[in-house]
Design a protein around this ligand. Structure first.
Ligand SMILES: [Zn+2]
Ligand SMILES: [Zn+2]
Length: 254
């Protein structure tokens, strides 16, 4: 670890750089894996999109820097100063709190994303400045998971680092939250429905976002603003169901 007498600015740079590398590797691993799965099961789906994919990777690497810096600072504050409500002792809170804490993190992230995303589509100037980059992916690919303008990345990057000072969470649960965020970010941009149709039409599936739901956002822009759950879209009447291109039209209404 970093020696205790390291100047603050140097420690900050080191942890931010290390976390950026971790976020970038996580991106290459997850997007690379699902791009490979896509090539195997939907050969040719990303055909002719090489230029777009290069752009998606470039923006995603800039996003890795913006996601990595605050995450690195929080990690450093936690390890060296014991700041934050992150904990590793399994007995610190009741067991039932473990899944609840993960759900709270996902729900808060989802709520922040829904409303900020909706605002970016509501105000044209905000859309052009912060969100147009993400919609340059037509249709999105597995590499678009982190393809955001730095302003949008910044908006997404601060939620979890702030939450760890407000809502206690076990380190393992935080790992699960980050895993869900990574995997859903990729599979929602795949361009084909990976989840079984039976699940996406099930009672639970109708509350969870999948590729065919987010694809419809990329097709129509003014609907389906959520990140993980369809809760806010359903409550606010912005849920238009699934993409007809990805699931058979007869089943696309749910
Ligand atoms: Zn998207
Ligand atoms: Zn959008």
């Amino acid at each position: 670890m970093i020696p205790a007498d390291t100047p603050f600015w140097l420690a900050f740079l080191m942890v931010a750089a290390a976390m950026t590398v971790i976020v970038a590797l996580r991106y290459f691993l997850a997007s690379g894996l699902f791009a490979w799965v896509t090539a195997r099961f939907r050969p040719g789906l990303y055909g002719g999109l090489n230029q777009q994919i290069s752009r998606e990777i470039r923006w995603s690497l800039i996003a890795a820097l913006i996601y990595g810096a605050p995450a690195g600072i929080v990690f450093w504050l936690w390890r060296h100063h014991d700041w934050s409500l992150l904990y590793v002792d399994w007995d610190a809170y009741p067991l039932w709190y473990l899944p609840l804490s993960a759900f709270i993190y996902l729900f808060v992230q989802d709520s922040w994303f829904y409303w900020s995303h909706r605002a970016m589509h509501h105000y044209p100037a905000l859309f052009r400045a912060a969100h147009a980059v993400h919609h340059e992916s037509k249709p999105p690919t597995a590499w678009a998971a982190m393809s955001f303008h730095p302003l949008e990345s910044l908006s997404g990057a601060i939620v979890v680092p702030l939450l760890v000072f407000v809502v206690p969470i076990h380190l393992a649960m935080l790992g699960i939250v980050l895993l869900v965020a990574t995997i859903m970010g990729v599979i929602n941009h795949l361009g084909w429905e990976l989840l079984p149709h039976r699940f996406i039409h099930s009672r639970l599936g109708r509350w969870v976002i999948s590729a065919s739901h987010h694809e419809r956002h990329h097709e129509e822009y003014r609907c389906n603003f959520g990140l993980y759950f369809r809760f806010w879209d359903r409550v606010c009447g912005t849920d238009r169901g699934l993409s007809n291109r990805l699931v058979p039209p007869a089943k696309a209404k749910t």
